[in-house]
Ligand binder design. Structure first.
Ligand SMILES: Nc1ncnc2c1ncn2[C@@H]1O[C@H](COP(=O)(O)OP(=O)(O)O)[C@@H](O)[C@H]1O
Ligand SMILES: [Mg+2]
Length: 229
């Protein structure tokens, strides 16, 4: 087996709610190989968002470790974390989170600018990614001039911009109709078939059923982890 692109070991997160400790994650361990397309499902409060914020370097675990591409990101200092996040992780959110004043092209471009990619290379890559997302003719539109599905495709292009080790998507189809949902899932699946690792948190069985592996969480633990044929 190759070195996993994501390695999670004994990951725990305890929040204090007043004086009461809440074990949002308890000793979670698993590996993800490059190019996997997997979903994390489970009831509300089971720890899914907590888990994403640990692997996305948005928050620190109470104990345990996360390795991305062989690097122990849980050891990153506060100043290193944003740099690792920009280079290694692509985020896709439920609410798209595009910058409203920028065009689709500029939204993708700015992700690369933050990662200090030279200007000459940014434009070409942004156009290429948006074209792959079927947005060749919509590139100069602002988010408010795009449908929900188009906005999410811009967000996926942005997430891909810096060739991330992994894309983390939190309820990426939570705001779109079922036809658009199916198109977005197909796009993500196509990217995974080209080698992009993608982890999706979803409530929607129609989404998880299209991934290749489903991890079910309950009470901060992995209840089941199964491959789909
Ligand atoms: N910042 C926080 N402070 C205190 N408790 C939290 C915080 N974030 C999440 N929790 C608690 O941790 C548990 C897991 O939450 P979460 O990861 O958001 O679950 P999910 O995304 O599966 O709905 C819940 O009991 C929630 O109330
Ligand atoms: Mg959540």
């Amino acid at each position: 087996m190759n070195e996993p692109i994501l390695r999670v070991r004994d990951l725990s997160k305890t929040y204090m709610q007043g004086k009461i400790p809440v074990h949002a994650l308890s000793d979670v361990s698993f590996d993800v190989q490059k190019g996997e397309f997997l979903s994390i499902v489970g009831p509300s409060g089971s720890g899914k968002s907590t888990f994403l914020s640990m692997i996305g370097l948005l928050d620190k675990p109470t104990s345990g470790s996360v390795f991305i591409d062989g690097v122990e990101v849980t050891k990153a200092t506060d100043s290193e974390a944003p740099v690792i996040r920009r280079k290694k992780i692509g985020f896709v959110f439920q609410h798209f989170n595009l910058i409203p004043t920028l065009s689709a092209l500029e939204n993708v471009d700015i992700a690369m600018r933050f990662a200090r990619v030279p200007k000459s290379r940014r434009r070409e890559r942004a156009i290429d990614l948006l074209t792959q997302m079927g947005l060749r003719d919509r590139m100069n539109h602002k988010p408010s001039e795009l449908s929900g599905g188009e906005q999410q495709r811009v967000a996926i292009a942005r997430a891909m911009a810096n060739n991330p080790a992994i894309i983390l998507a939190d309820e990426p189809t939570g705001e779109v109709d079922t036809k658009t949902r199916d198109m977005i899932v197909e796009l993500l699946r196509g990217l995974s078939e080209k080698g992009q690792t993608i982890l999706v948190v979803t409530h929607d069985i129609a989404v998880s059923a299209k991934t290749r592996r489903i991890i079910t969480m309950r009470d901060g633990m992995i209840e089941s982890d199964r491959m789909i044929s």
